[in-house]
Design a protein around this ligand. Sequence first.
Ligand SMILES: NC(=O)c1ccc[n+]([C@@H]2O[C@H](COP(=O)([O-])OP(=O)(O)OC[C@H]3O[C@@H](n4cnc5c(N)ncnc54)[C@H](OP(=O)(O)O)[C@@H]3O)[C@@H](O)[C@H]2O)c1
Length: 270
Amino acid sequence: MNDTPNTTPLDTSPLSTTVGLLAGKVAFITGAGRGIGAAAARLFAREGARVLLAARTEAQLKTVTEEIRAAGGTADHVVCDLADAASVRAAVDRAVELYGRLDVAFNNGATIQQPGPMDQLPEADFDHVYAVNLRGPWLAMNAEVAAIRATAGTGAIVNNSSVGSLMGNPELPAYGAMKRAVNSLTESAAVTYGPEGIRVNAIAPGSTLTEMIREWEEASPGVVERITTHTPLRRAADPAEIAQAAAWLLSDRASYVTGTVLRVDGGLRA
Ligand SMILES: NC(=O)c1ccc[n+]([C@@H]2O[C@H](COP(=O)([O-])OP(=O)(O)OC[C@H]3O[C@@H](n4cnc5c(N)ncnc54)[C@H](OP(=O)(O)O)[C@@H]3O)[C@@H](O)[C@H]2O)c1
């Protein structure tokens, strides 16, 4: 180490600036019809990105897209099933068709499993969680790296994992296992694509007020309160708070961050 002052471009920017965190970037977001993905689409657009929203439910995608456009943002949507390889590739390609490039992607879409001990989960359910929550992000990352490489040249990807990937997860064992594997793929991708300037990180949210957690609460009444009791900040997250972490990791402000799994969990695992 020496004492030479840091003269990176980040240090020479004006004191006050109105340029958005993701200005000029094209962003692809899965699971963007509701919850964290919809909050991310709104935020990324507010921060200057042109966004492409993907999920299965077109009506939800349309609503969020129109909301973003009404607020002055640039957005479009594409129907995509993460369990279907061709559909994932076509969705990523759509971003390039629409906007001419791909810079960043937030692989956020996922499904929850029926809560319960691992020996009670039907094989077909395990396979579905695998297809959507692990194979889906793998397919998406492969297509995204190819699209970034062919257009923007360099870029960033964030995968949405879960704090439930970082510990034994007896209530959601298949979900936890796929999310743990997403962390591993994230790290492998960061190492593989780092040399060409493509950063890959994950976020690990704690309990966040979306349909997914409401579904879990319905199946296991009291679970949200139980998690909140063990969360130092004593509350669940708003989806927008999770989206903020993804936006930062995707932005050039995180230019030296790759291969990390960032907990956004109110301190749950501290
Ligand atoms: N909420 C939490 O407490 C929490 C905590 C930790 C991590 N997470 C993670 O955060 C991410 C977002 O979840 P959320 O809480 O916002 O849940 P959500 O409100 O249920 O949203 C999930 C999104 O994923 C999409 N999706 C589900 N299955 C899909 C499929 N087969 N193909 C394409 N899209 C699919 C859904 O749209 P369609 O159903 O229309 O396809 C929806 O847009 C997930 O990765 C989740 O594991 C959530």
